[in-house]
Design a protein around this ligand. Structure first.
Ligand SMILES: [Fe+2]
Length: 433
């Protein structure tokens, strides 16, 4: 896979709330943005923006741009975001003062001038302090952000049952050696939600090597770092048996659901379909439901439901309970999580939902059938020596059943990671490259 990273330039009219990063030509026509996504624009567009003039008003500064647009910025916002060394640490990227205690809410600039042919604005404040702002900085932040999300700046690639041929594949050793490849891997996790790592080998602890190379694995109720997903006859969890495992997300029975699941197969049962992995793009299915049956979508996105899980694992006995919306939606309308696990769904419903239970079940039935339909479900065997990595808050996973006998068993090693670390490493590498 190519590791070329190039930027999409688009919509130069708009401010620069977010720069979308394009990785390779593999993004297909199936790629689309959320209806509520922020307008994508480029850093280049921000850098081309020039201030033509400014006007001091009572509570705000009018900034006129070379594309004829005008933005009114409150003085308190400008003073709060002063970029001078005494106000802002450029290395730590942190504010060094709290305006609530040091800046009059009704502060008014005493002067403002445009410098460097429109590339810089200098404001003078009543105490004589001067703040300089690059026009590109102002352009980037002057109109706010519609997404209000910390996700990486890549478009969501929605996928269905034909995804296997398009599945992004990465070489294990290359990920460990080449940071550009690692960046591409992290960005693809954000955009596609499901990738395959190949040539991992069948030695133990390889999944932890990749976690440690990024930052570290997340401990959980199933184990501290590497969890053994091994089929056995006296299993304490159905994941460790050979029965068919229906589509689900892990950790919906915990308040904090792990962000990333990394599953390295070390031994597998023979045959092309026995114990094959099943996946579904939960965001794509949820969007389809929103499009075709809005009242069902609302039913699943407005009411949290109960999930429970209890058992014994390497860390001891556990007994968890949490409540989540089946489909989580941000204030801007973006689907942020799918929380679905029929086998972990509890019997308790919100009291407010009790007189609408039949409607809720109808919505749940429709969503369940949709995710298992031939249009959205993919199934493939993850072979020994391969690692499948996916967004646990977006991608539902399951497997076909298989028979446990003799040397026919399924053994995989599993680590979880969180999106904070994935996105942090990606941002560090994006700055580097
Ligand atoms: Fe699972």
């Amino acid at each position: 896979m190519s590791c070329l990273i190039s930027r999409i330039c688009r919509m130069a009219m708009a401010p620069c709330p977010r720069v979308l990063v394009s990785l390779t030509a593999s993004s297909s026509s199936r790629t689309r943005t959320y209806s509520s996504s922020p307008i994508a624009s480029s850093v280049e567009a921000c850098h081309q923006s020039r201030i033509t003039s400014v006007q001091l008003k009572e509570k705000e500064l009018s900034v006129h741009w070379n594309n004829t647009s005008t933005v009114d910025l409150p003085y308190v916002f400008l003073r709060d975001n002063c970029q001078e060394p005494e106000s802002f640490d450029q290395v730590a990227r942190q504010r060094l003062f709290n305006p609530a205690f040091t800046v009059d809410l009704n502060i008014r600039a005493t002067g403002a001038e445009v410098n460097e042919e429109g590339r810089q604005l200098t404001i003078t404040w009543p105490d004589g302090h001067r703040s300089r702002y690059k026009s590109s900085w102002l352009r980037q932040y002057c109109t706010g952000n519609t997404a209000m999300s910390g996700r990486l700046p890549v478009e969501t690639f929605y996928w269905g049952s034909d995804y296997y041929e398009k599945l992004p594949r990465f070489d294990f050793e290359e990920l460990l050696k080449d940071d550009k490849c690692l960046l591409e891997y992290l960005l693809k996790l954000e955009s596609h939600g499901l990738v395959l790592v190949e040539n991992v080998g069948t030695q133990s602890q390889q999944v932890k090597r990749l976690c440690d190379h990024i930052y570290y694995p997340k401990p959980c109720i199933y184990g501290i770092d590497v969890m053994k997903v091994e089929s056995k006859l006296d299993a304490s969890h159905i994941a460790y048996t050979g029965v068919e495992l229906p589509l689900h997300n892990d950790f919906v029975y915990c308040d904090y659901t792990c962000g990333i699941q990394m599953l390295h197969f070390i031994h597998h049962v023979p045959g092309s379909t026995a114990g094959a992995s099943r996946f579904c793009d939960g965001f794509n299915v949820a969007e389809a439901l929103r499009k075709t049956n809005l009242s069902a979508f609302d039913m699943l996105s407005q009411y949290p439901i109960q999930f429970v899980d209890a058992g014994t694992d390497t860390v001891g006995d556990y007994d968890t309970e949490s409540w989540h919306h089946t489909i989580s939606v941000s204030s801007s309308g973006e689907i942020t999580e799918v929380n679905y696990s029929n086998h972990s769904r509890g019997p308790h419903f919100p009291a407010i939902l009790m007189d609408k239970l039949h409607e809720w079940y109808a919505a749940y039935y429709e969503f369940s059938h949709l995710m298992n339909s031939p249009e959205y479900l993919i199934e493939f065997k993850v072979e020994a020596g391969q690692m499948v990595v996916f967004n646990n808050r977006r991608v539902l996973h399951g497997r076909s059943g298989f028979k446990l006998q003799g040397n026919d068993y399924r053994y995989a090693e599993l680590c979880y990671m969180d999106w904070d670390e994935i996105r942090s490493k990606a941002r560090v590498l994006m700055k580097k490259y």
